[in-house]
Design a binder for this molecule. Structure first.
Ligand code: ZN
Length: 88
């Protein structure tokens, strides 16, 4: 999954109309084709949806796992480790 795919997944959850408009544009033409101010506005606007590193273990989080990582507050690996600990 790339950035545009991820934006596609979260676009309906974006409340700010301006950010949403830019997000749709990024999906249409690609993030790299946005103007610098648009890129900046989009990155700021969706910062709540972006977690690049796990706050627990510091591992890089890919876009596939990002939504659940944000929901859980940790990456799938940490989540899994926690599940195992509870099971013991
Ligand atoms: Zn982690």
């Amino acid at each position: 999954m790339n950035f545009e795919d991820y934006v596609k997944q979260i676009v309906d959850d974006i409340d700010d109309q301006k950010t949403k408009g830019i997000a749709k544009k990024a999906i249409d033409i690609g993030f790299k084709n946005l103007t610098a101010p648009q890129k900046y506005a989009l990155e700021q606007g969706i910062s709540d949806f972006i977690m690049k590193e796990c706050p627990v273990c510091g591992e890089e989080i890919n876009y596939e796992d990002m939504q659940s990582a944000i929901f859980n507050g940790e990456c799938s690996y940490c989540q899994h480790r926690w599940d195992e600990m509870l099971a013991e």
